[in-house]
Design a protein around this ligand. Structure first.
Ligand code: GLY
Length: 306
């Protein structure tokens, strides 16, 4: 079978997502959001655009969509604020990442600006917010980012008397990987982290090689227990298996996901290899996900049996 000319795969977070957990409205809202993100990225790729532009476009749509834990609708810190992380990387090793940002409407756009500016790879906190202003990126405030549902989740955590290190380990990180018609790959990931996080906690998503990676062999984006993904360097570990062992996307993703589980973690992974083969793997009951290509109609799914 001929590989597709272009391909786009998304995730919107993994976790204990089952039919009895989601209401019909939540199910529909998530599917609508994933479909809109697939459409945005596919439009770029179908017009011979780059994988980099496609993953940025798809992730920006998910960032703007409240059900997902990124941008608008991101989970709240222990103090009730937002603190956003994002990264983007191209197969030619250009990369940009930001952590703990508070005022850029689309953190993936800020990560892209860091990459395009070219001096640094990873900016954090006040410096990243300042870089965003200097580069004229669209700013947003609490009224945009903070939703009643995220306030309710934080209140629930606080009412439960959560201790200093207790955080709500539900993962709704978003991400995309793509291969364009020129044969280039790219990955992007964006997240609010975990509810009730404190002390400037940063997960795997913005860490190049942990939650996000692209190289001459494949592109990877992850969602899940950031502390575990960080200690394995999941995204880079998958890419190393593809490049050095010649494994296909699914074999490499499953092998590294097994390492995550063995270390007590949980989550999901999307991968695209340079030849356009893709894999979606998760250790959880469900994962918000979607796939489209030049050869296949867009498809979104949530539950493990879909
Ligand atoms: N995987 C996202 C996070 O842990 O922040």
């Amino acid at each position: 079978m001929t590989n597709p000319l272009w391909t786009l795969t998304l995730h919107g977070g993994a976790g204990g997502i089952t039919r009895d957990v989601l209401t019909a409205e939540q199910d529909s809202a998530a599917r609508r959001g994933l479909s809109a993100a697939l459409a945005a990225g596919s439009q770029v790729l179908a017009a011979d655009g780059t994988a980099l532009d496609a993953v940025a476009a798809a992730v920006a749509v998910l960032e703007d969509d409240p059900p997902f834990n990124a941008g608008r609708g991101a989970v709240l810190t222990r103090e009730g604020n937002i603190s956003l992380d994002a990264a983007i990387m191209a197969g030619d090793r250009r990369a940009g990442a930001v952590a703990g940002v508070t005022a850029t409407r689309n953190p993936v756009t800020l990560a892209r600006a860091v990459m395009d500016e070219g001096t640094h790879v990873f900016l954090a906190g006040e410096g990243a917010d300042a870089f965003s202003l200097v580069h004229g990126l669209e700013q947003a405030g609490e009224a945009w980012f903070v939703t009643p549902e995220r306030r309710r989740q934080l209140a629930e955590l606080q009412a439960a008397g959560a201790g200093a290190f207790d955080v709500d380990m539900k993962y709704g990180t978003v991400g995309a990987v793509a291969r364009d018609v020129q044969g280039h790959v790219a990955a992007a990931t964006s997240t609010g982290g975990v509810t009730g996080k404190r002390w400037g906690r940063i997960g795997d998503s913005p860490v190049i090689g942990a939650g996000t990676w692209a190289d001459e062999g494949c592109a990877v984006s992850c969602t899940g227990s950031g502390e575990t993904f960080l200690r394995i360097g999941v995204a880079h570990a998958i890419a190393a298996r593809v490049r050095h062992l010649g494994e296909d996307a699914g074999t490499a993703a499953q092998a590294v996901l097994d390492e995550v589980v063995a270390l007590g973690g949980t989550g999901g992974i999307i991968v695209v290899t340079l030849d356009g083969n893709t894999a979606t793997r998760f250790s959880t009951k469900g994962m918000y996900r979607g796939h489209a290509s030049s050869a296949a109609a867009p498809r979104v799914a949530i539950y493990g049996d879909e």
